[in-house]
Design a protein around this ligand. Structure first.
Ligand SMILES: *Cc1c(COP(=O)(O)O)cnc(C)c1O
Length: 380
């Protein structure tokens, strides 16, 4: 990508840029898995529910996985022409929405036995599953470990050791985040195997998301694993990656609004903020900046434009400290950024562009009317 040119073409910042060619490249290892292992690929749309993205990938995946009624509606709308599965799991299933969800979704994995008992009969025509919690922690940070103590995510596998409720046709689990190897998957399946073999009527198994397929060179281990599941158990196997599809395909372009020295360090104020990538603040991660040179001779703190003192991206090194008016680009921000973005302090959301073979298309531009609609009384 030629960012010198892109920076000239994109005059208004902040701007989110989705590189469509990178998305298609990210789908390659998933297509290979589909062919070699015979599994099905769903896109977990919560990572980035942008319609332009869904349209781009829709005929290269087997469906979409969703976590709510709104996601299910949009997924269904996008899938309508070619069909495809819609898989749902969420702790927050509501009785007043369930009839519609049952109509929109092909597969629903209930998050608890009580949720299953109260809701499963309120709709028909979908395949019933359970999200199980294998009680194997692979993540050190409890904030995103689905298997943390007292977890709210999934049925404790100990409670289904002796059998599954009647009517359950599938199992689902999701236990990792941004994993670059398949060891957790192997361990999880080993632990689940007694349950899987005892319930030979199961028709499908959803192995969740959380693996960065595009960053794992050798997939032979997982190909063998999935093939074995399919032949030994006779189940259909689904994978539902989110970040692996879009994470490295998203960029956030920002401009430097101000520069000053604070307690001896240079501070650059940007026209974006952690509003536009809340995980920077939530998990205190420092996003990659294309202009950074880690061996550069000088450093500056990149800070957002809101009133929050901790609205800071981090300290970055440069050959020369960027000036007011310079444009900078954060990389690897395609997943869990825009979907969590907000207008705190009244700052607008970024424009959204897609980029395809070096051609930019403006997809969305928010304005004051969007902000006003959110806060001014209905009907005024
Ligand atoms: C978030 C989520 C995914 C996608 O996770 P990624 O880390 O983005 O691949 C898949 N399945 C479930 C149940 C999830 O909660």
């Amino acid at each position: 990508m030629n960012w010198t040119e892109l920076k000239q073409q994109i005059q208004t910042s902040p701007a989110f840029v989705l590189d469509e060619d990178q998305v298609l490249a990210n789908l390659q290892p998933l297509q290979a898995l589909r062919q070699e292992a015979g599994c099905k690929i769903l896109y977990s749309m919560k990572a980035l529910p942008l319609a332009a993205l869904l349209e781009l990938i829709i005929d290269r995946v087997d469906g979409i996985s969703v976590s709510s009624l709104f996601e299910a509606r949009l997924a269904k709308e996008m899938l309508d022409e070619q069909g495809g599965s819609v898989h749902l799991t969420t702790p927050g299933m509501r009785p007043d929405e369930f009839a519609e969800l049952g109509g929109l979704c092909s597969h629903i994995s209930f998050n608890s036995l009580s949720q299953y008992q109260r809701l499963q009969a309120l709709a028909e025509g979908y395949s019933k599953g359970l999200r199980v919690n294998p009680q194997l922690s692979f993540l050190h940070d409890q904030r995103y470990d689905p298997c943390r103590p007292h977890s709210k995510l999934g049925v404790d596998i100990e409670s289904v050791r002796d059998g599954l409720p009647a009517g359950v046709e599938g199992l689902h689990f999701h236990t990792v985040f941004a994993s670059r190897d398949f060891m957790p998957l192997q361990h999880t399946l080993e632990k689940l195997m007694p349950i899987l073999t005892r319930n030979s009527h199961l028709r499908w198994l959803n192995l969740g998301g959380g693996y960065l397929y595009n960053a794992i060179a050798n997939q032979q281990a997982v190909v063998a694993l999935i093939n074995r599941l399919r032949s030994d158990l006779g189940v259909e196997v689904y994978l539902e990656p989110g970040k692996a599809v879009v994470g490295n395909a998203g960029y956030l372009l920002t401009s430097v609004l101000d520069r000053f020295v604070s307690d001896g360090k240079d501070v650059l104020i940007l026209d974006t903020s952690v509003n536009h990538h809340p995980e920077v603040f939530e998990y205190q991660v420092k996003p990659r900046l294309l202009e950074e040179n880690i061996n550069g001779g000088c450093a500056a703190i990149l800070a957002g434009s809101t009133c929050l003192a901790g609205d800071v991206f981090g300290e970055y090194r440069f050959d020369n400290i960027p000036d007011v008016g310079d444009k900078l680009v954060f990389a690897d921000v395609g997943a869990y950024s825009l979907i969590k973005a907000n207008r705190f302090n009244g700052y607008n959301l970024p424009d959204i562009y897609t980029l395809k073979q070096a051609r930019l298309s403006l997809r969305k531009r928010y304005d004051y009317q969007d902000y006003r609609r959110q806060w001014v009384d209905t009907g005024r």
